[in-house]
Design a protein around this ligand. Structure first.
Ligand SMILES: *Cc1c(COP(=O)(O)O)cnc(C)c1O
Length: 364
């Protein structure tokens, strides 16, 4: 018998498995989880109500085309339903895009502190991840354009970006697109679009509508509070949507997710509440934490990035101090930001608890 073992394709063993935001602390019963940019308001009561009936239908396969969910999304966003696709979280869509368009010898470009999934998707396909530098923790269009080579196949842009919370205005996204060859696919990952309140921001709908090489991805995991169900969607050109439909699993979005997603997207009143809660807290958190000496880039999302660099204390000590009080923030060393922690906006009580604990930590 041969002793050769099954060997994964090149690139796979270079992957450091993704570690999500922690949800428990040893020894703590009640914890406040502010590590994954989830909404403190939970899901719409209408989405929860749908789940009560679904038990009777569990023996049926889901609608493979997520038809009702796509129609509901098309209605709310006024988009052509034939140019939409749903995924098992937008992570699945980001992977499918990479599976379809990048392989060995190809480069997948994104910015220095961009979302980790881009690198995982590139390596999974034997493609080469390429990172462009950022300026002031913000996407730098010139640096991205300078990093394009003849091998570049995909450019992932998280706008706003996670974990920095910063964004670039639509004029900059347009300038980026204008500088790209037409055979490079520009992926606009707008996971936090619903939270952004800036007149010069756009998630990317117009760019997709006018071009054949731009796709926008969105998620139900953030403002809709349905992270557990894994629902993402994308709006793209005919050809790209066709390609993704060929390679996705035939039933990639489960029936529970579809039913809850329909109810959630129709409840825009609930979305507005989540947005208002965020609008109230982002400035309070930023102002108070900056007052304690932490550096924080302006955030347009539902989270902030705090830098301990100038405080004489380390992010990991802060993390441990908060953990001991049942408060879980996100270490972002894996994003190349070892002196920072990321905090998602929580409930009123959660946010006050974090501010109080950090004040105590920084004064001790
Ligand atoms: C949270 C997040 C997503 C969403 O992932 P899902 O798979 O839809 O839960 C996508 N992109 C970025 C930048 C994110 O922060």
């Amino acid at each position: 018998m041969s002793s050769l073992l099954p060997t994964p394709k090149p690139g796979i063993l270079d992957i450091t498995p993704y570690v999500g935001g922690r949800s428990a602390v040893a020894g703590s019963q009640k914890v406040v989880k502010l590590s994954s940019n989830e909404t403190p308001l939970g899901a719409s009561p209408k989405a929860k109500a749908v789940l009560a009936d679904i038990g009777e239908k569990l023996h049926h396969y889901p609608d493979g085309g997520s038809g009702e969910l796509l129609s509901a999304i098309a209605d709310i966003h006024k988009l052509p339903v034939e140019n939409l696709i749903c995924g098992n979280g937008s992570d699945e869509l980001l992977s499918l895009i990479t599976n379809a368009y990048a392989g060995p010898g190809d480069e997948v470009l994104f910015s220095q502190h961009g979302f980790l999934v881009y690198e995982l998707a590139a390596l999974s396909n034997g493609a080469t991840p390429v990172k462009a530098t950022e300026a002031n923790l913000t996407t730098d269009v010139d640096a991205l354009l300078a990093a394009v080579t003849e091998n570049t196949k995909i450019l992932f842009l998280a706008n706003p970006n996670n974990p920095t919370g910063t964004y670039i205005p639509v004029s900059e996204v347009e300038r980026l697109h204008a500088g790209l060859r037409s055979d490079i696919l520009l992926v606009l990952d707008a996971a936090y679009a619903e939270y952004v309140r800036k007149n010069d921001y756009e998630a990317g709908v117009d760019l997709v509508a006018r071009n054949n090489n731009v796709i926008m991805t969105r998620t139900f995991s953030k403002i809709y509070g349905l992270s557990a169900l894994r629902i993402g969607w994308a709006y793209g050109p005919d050809d790209v949507i066709d390609v993704l439909n060929r390679i996705r699993g035939p039933f990639n979005v489960n029936a529970i997710a579809q039913a809850a997603g329909v109810a959630a997207v129709k409840d825009q009143e609930f979305v507005e509440k989540a947005r208002e809660h965020n609008d109230k807290w982002i400035p309070i958190l930023v102002q108070n934490l900056r007052g304690m000496g932490l550096e924080i880039p302006d955030s347009v999302g539902n989270f902030i990035l705090m830098d301990f660099e100038g405080t004489g204390k380390s992010a990991s000590d802060a993390d441990a101090f908060l953990n001991a009080r049942g408060l879980i923030l996100r270490s972002v060393a894996s994003y190349g930001l070892p002196t920072c922690l990321r905090m998602s906006v929580g409930t009123d009580d959660d946010n006050r608890a974090v501010m109080d604990a950090l004040r105590e930590f920084l004064e001790q």
